[in-house]
Design a protein around this ligand. Sequence first.
Ligand code: HAM
Length: 427
Amino acid sequence: MSTPTSPRIEPFKAPTGTRDVLPPESDRWQALIAAFADHVGRAGYGLVQSPMFEEIGVFSRVGEGTDLVRKEMYDFLDKGERRIALRPEGTASIARAWIQHAQGEPKPWKVWYAAPSFRYERPQAGRYRQHHQLGLEAIGTEDADLDVEVITMLHDFYVGLGLKQVTLLINSMGTVEDRRRYIDDVREWLRERSADLDPTDAEKIDDHPMRVLDSKRPVTIAAIVDVPRITDRLSPEGAERFERVKVGLTALGIEFTVEPRLVRGLDYYTHTTFEFVSEALDAAQSTIGGGGRYDGLVESLGGPSTPGIGFGSGIERILLTCDAEGVFETSSTGVDVFVVDTIGGDAARDLTVELRRSGVSADRAFEGRSMKSQMKAADKSGAALVLIVGSDEAESNSVTIRDLRGDTGQETVSRNSVVDVVAARLS
Ligand code: HAM
């Protein structure tokens, strides 16, 4: 009687639009996040870890007319029949957290995050269904100098990574009132030209005219070349504020281009909006970071009328840009010491732990592999020193230290002193 064989299972793969980040690539992610944490930490920003999902209402406030809310959210009913969405962007969660916990804190409340965001988009290089943002938010202060600080933080971060081909675009949406008036003007203007627009965009004129302005459809782009510019219609208050931001950036030596059609893909923006665009990436994914002021968002989430400003920058896009410019190359960290035990005794087990407990980074091979195979593993581990325990060493209660990187060759020392000798040689 033959034994039944189980059906072959097709191996699972990560979902479309997601990526596994494995070593050594993940070393670079760690280094990037650490560099960002250090950079913003030195300017007084503290880390916030917010939930990866929220009640859907938190995210709907970023714009009922946006693709993000209408088409791209990962939303579902949980087992308690609550309508939940995975975080599509970081700002709404931070504003919700400020309302819930931090209203009494000194203003501005300055925080940062490194967090995944989920958007059901058409995946391509630099555009994923799960991407990761380095972001920063400052809540509670209207001062235009804070806009300058926030833009400068991102600019200087890119410069610190070594990026050179990144351009800053800025715009102002004006006050909440300016923005509202401008939307009405644009709606009127577009209505008169609806026949010239791509039909999909023409449908948005009544409810979401701003979304027509960031259309990527060539017919629409050509038809709206002369659309009214918000920068020509700012109230004196809006214009003065924008001027102060421009003066501040100039004083700090930060070059920028005013782009009056930079309305951004989310509805919460007022006053300053900005994007950093990489000339080294394909146009479709060339925005590596963006942000702006959102003076109405906190109120729309049920909090007191409170201003805020921040940015988000995709880790994947930053690293693509670094690759394209050949900067921010990190070397794999690895370990300092590798223990090779050719007699399959207790030496590898005990010595490796002793080394680690004394602060030396160490690794070992398992399953009593051959000397050749263990030496190969040692080489791959990045170790500078290999500690060899073979039959001679076991007999004389000693360990041989071999230098893989330098030219000090090989020495045999007593088992009792080996940890001290290694520590001394590494320091
Ligand atoms: P956002 O422009 O939608 O803004 O996204 C910020 C950045 O996240 C983009 O510039 C890009 O680098 C990256 N990104 C967005 N979507 C994807 C994707 N599908 N795949 C890869 N990377 C992506 C926001 O999310 C706002 N919360 C920014 C902000 C903070 N505004 C004020 N404070």
